[in-house]
Design a protein around this ligand. Structure first.
Ligand code: AR6
Length: 183
């Protein structure tokens, strides 16, 4: 766990569809019409009404995100972020992934969310190297929190397996400021 100002950041091994937070982030594709992985799980748990709202959104560019209601999910909102497909690293993948986290935080703040949970965007079917993705995820969320004091007091990095959880734990630990020396 790590605190940045008033905000708590933590990693958990959990199915993101079970989290009763103000917003969960979906690792979507540009159509926003569903797919496999976490996207499929979110659509299954939210029900058909989520798809109907997504159909009105006109898709979403890579690196961007769009917000919907959560419908039958315990989460109030879903933020559909479109991560880059890993193509070796020379196609702006790192910046596009960072942009997903920035845009998701921005939309969550605009919707007055106090809590948000992220999956490891692009780390499944899109094959982004996990360690680099985790560094970008944590670094971008921290930078966003430092730049704008907003409503968000709790960020959860939802991991599907222990290996991913350990990467987030290490990254959060590494960014913990060293305790100040006694006078
Ligand atoms: N809760 C938390 N994490 C999960 C869950 C879950 N229920 N299910 C999977 N993960 P992926 P991508 C993890 O493939 O790489 C879809 O078809 C998973 O272990 O879902 O961004 C979309 O429609 C991995 O660490 O997303 C797109 O076409 C992470 O979530 C495409 O896949 C992301 O894996 C997007 O690919």
């Amino acid at each position: 766990m790590l605190s940045i100002g008033q905000c708590r950041l933590e990693a958990r091994v959990v199915d993101i569809t079970t989290l009763a937070v103000d917003a969960i982030v979906n690792a979507a594709n540009t159509s926003l019409l569903g797919g496999g992985g976490v996207d499929g799980a979110i659509h299954r748990a939210a029900g058909r009404d989520l798809l109907h709202e997504c159909e009105t959104l006109g898709g979403c560019a890579t690196g961007n995100a769009k917000l919907t209601a959560g419908y039958r999910l315990p989460a109030k909102h879903v933020i559909h972020a479109v991560g880059p497909v890993w193509g070796g690293g020379g196609h702006g993948e790192a910046e596009l992934l960072a942009s997903c986290y920035r845009r998701s935080m921005e939309l969550a703040r605009k919707a007055h969310c106090a809590s948000i949970a992220f999956p490891a965007i692009s780390c499944g079917v899109y094959r982004f190297p996990a360690q680099q993705a985790v560094r970008i995820a944590v670094g971008t969320v921290i930078a966003t929190l430092q730049q704008t004091a907003g409503s968000i007091g709790h960020v959860i990095f939802a991991c599907f397996d222990d290996a991913m959880f350990r990467l987030y734990e290490r990254e959060l630990d590494d960014r913990q400021a060293p305790p100040s020396k006694p006078a």
